[in-house]
Write a protein that binds this ligand. Sequence first.
Ligand code: NAD
Length: 324
Amino acid sequence: MTDTWLVTGGAGYIGAHVVRSLQAAGAQAVVIDDLSTGDLRRVEVPFVEGDIADRELVADTLRQHRITGVVHLAADKQVAESMRHPLAYYRRNVFNLMQLLDAMAQAGVAKLVFSSSAAVYGMVDSAQVREDHPTQPINPYGETKLIGEWLIRDQARATGLRFAALRYFNVAGTAAPELGDLGRSNLIPMVFDALARGDQPVIFGGRHPTPDGTCVRDFIHVQDLADAHVAAIATLDSPGAGHVFNVGCGRGYSVREVIEMVAEVSGRSIAPLVGEARPGDPAMVVADTAHISATLGWRPRHDLREMVRSAWHAQPQQLSAAQS
Ligand SMILES: NC(=O)c1ccc[n+]([C@@H]2O[C@H](COP(=O)([O-])OP(=O)(O)OC[C@H]3O[C@@H](n4cnc5c(N)ncnc54)[C@H](O)[C@@H]3O)[C@@H](O)[C@H]2O)c1
């Protein structure tokens, strides 16, 4: 690959991994980020500090760096926050995407990979969820991601934009300690935090209709996810390309199994407490990955142990990054 890609949100956890995967594939990357949750120390490529809502700044960046296509990750991602501040989520995740699409059209950039989410599905009623499963998100965050997919699809129909929307499942692990997840809203960092405080982690609900009664989720290593972006980019050379792919492992782990893996990797003894189930938490969300593996030949290479191991060993560096 000899192209140059603009990575929005490239100072973030996943974006920084995407930049490295692009480079490993021989492409160049430019990052635009407002550093609202990102960290500049993750960025080792040309960097533009700014908000993607700034259409002129984005259009100038696209032209100046002769950008081939955009990988769009810049967004807010916390479900609970989106319930408290829905307008902020619509502004940051939907309005900003409109600005980005406008800037791309203005600069004649016609390839896009979009960070979507398994949150677009909402309550899932099958063991594995396929891309054609009904999309009924149950929170504003998931709604903004689904609307994002619609916006992109409509813009593609109107302008010939080529796109791949990747529905990420539960992202975990790190390829390098300095790229680890600084966010604390996902299960594995939450368990680490409880251990650091000397508390026991709390499991939300122990009576779900799953083998051990706790929720089941599909965890994907961030390096595998980043590589899926590069694989998706390869499809964008075909006129009319417009894909939606699940990106998960296709295997579910229960919350209890994940906590047991943290105990094993960390050598700590953990006795989780079981609290009330959270309203609207689906019992089981696991990806059907047939479409992405058949179309892109992509397959995950890392297992849950590696996700937990890499995240655990990244902690001291992350703590110092968060403190400085
Ligand atoms: N982490 C997950 O488990 C997960 C799961 C599904 C989907 N996603 C999606 O993946 C994307 C990246 O998530 P992440 O985990 O790397 O989060 P992150 O917070 O680490 O990264 C987001 C980056 O975008 C930047 N940003 C946000 N709004 C911006 C704006 N308006 N202009 C410029 N930069 C902006 C932030 O500063 C940050 O660097 C998001 O779109 C998120 O919704 C993440």
